[in-house]
Design a protein. Structure first.
Length: 333
């Protein structure tokens, strides 16, 4: 990219916003000017970017008049209200909320999987859900090689996927539990320390909203409504990085060795699959990293064309901020 761009980050003070700023600096994204936007509660805070102190401004409909690129991660209701204004003002918007993901006219993009869809945008591109992104990066090489008939996925999602405040609440809960004190609940519906819990609203079907997202987003990204997807999502007392157990039924036979070959050179994938030497993806190793880590690839003998995989990725980086920046880099480069 030779040109520099006037960039705005909506939700700059949140966990994803902070990660966006870190990655924009790390990747030397060409920024002519940077505007940091948040709610009135956070307006006036001072954040540092490339050694420069920048005052956070309150997000309004007048915030986008001089902006080329918007990275938005302030929540679906905020995006629904303000993002159309940014698009009307001519900005390229990459939205990290659920507001527009299933909109028929909005591309839902993982660069390693369906970057061509992004090039058909009308000013707005949606970032998929964090758990969907890492699953798609891991499964696209298998999908291309053998097709996929059915996916059964169970996620073990870190608390940073909820918010930065949720990380602090887990620290507080853990301290209280170790000291034998009562557990205070602020953001979580259940005790999170030393627990595995369901942490999303449930729909009438009995599925939670996170599970519904994984089903619908997978089909949209792969442009394949024939894939059966069953998801169970849980929150675990881990600070950063989501882990997923994925069972895949392919349309054609694919051995574990063949699957490893597909994944060994796949973009965005790090293959760590030597369980005999205790080498496999771990959340503590993936935290702070950009790749999607895949391991424990083995045959599921209970079905004809079955494979099991273990997939781990940093939910704030590849699961959110990095994916958005990669989309912008590809489009603007």
């Amino acid at each position: 990219m030779c040109e520099s761009y006037r960039v705005a980050v909506v939700g700059a003070t949140g966990a994803v916003g902070n990660t966006l700023l870190e990655l924009l600096a790390e990747r030397d994204f060409p920024i002519a000017s940077l505007k940091l936007l948040a709610s009135h509660r956070s307006a006036g805070e001072i954040l540092t970017f490339r050694g420069e102190h920048i005052i956070v401004e309150e997000l309004t409909h007048d915030s986008f008049g001089d902006i080329d690129v918007v990275f938005s991660s302030a929540g679906a209701s905020v995006s629904r209200e303000f993002i159309p204004t940014a698009v009307e003002n001519g900005a390229l918007v990459i939205d990290n909320t659920s507001a527009f993901r299933m909109d028929a006219d909005t591309p839902l993009v993982v660069p390693e999987v369906n970057m061509d869809a992004a090039r058909k945008h009308n000013g707005l591109i949606a970032n998929p859900n964090c758990s969907t992104i890492q699953m798609m990066v891991a499964l696209k090489p298998i999908y291309d090689a053998a097709g996929i008939k059915r996916i059964v996925v169970s996620t073990y999602q870190s608390v940073s996927g909820k918010s930065g405040r949720a990380v602090m609440e887990l620290v507080q809960q853990t301290t209280s539990a170790l000291q034998g004190k009562p557990i205070d609940l602020e953001l979580f519906p259940h005790q999170m320390a030393f627990n595995v819990a369901f942490d999303w609203p449930f729909t009438d079907s009995g599925d939670c909203e996170e599970e519904v997202k994984m089903v619908s987003e997978t089909r949209k990204i792969l442009e394949d409504e024939t894939i059966g997807v069953s998801a169970t999502t849980v929150r675990v007392p881990v600070f950063y990085a989501h882990s997923e157990s994925i069972n895949v039924e392919t349309r054609e036979k694919l051995t574990p060795a063949q699957a490893r070959e597909c994944l060994a050179d796949a973009p965005g994938v790090q293959l760590i699959d030597d369980p005999g030497n205790r080498k496999y993806p771990l959340a503590v190793d993936a935290a702070g990293k950009d790749d999607v880590y895949v391991g424990r690839i083995r045959e599921d003998a209970s079905i004809q064309n079955g494979l099991n995989l273990w997939v781990v990725a940093d939910n704030l980086r590849k699961g959110a901020a990095l994916n958005a920046i990669q989309i912008a880099e590809e489009l603007l480069g």
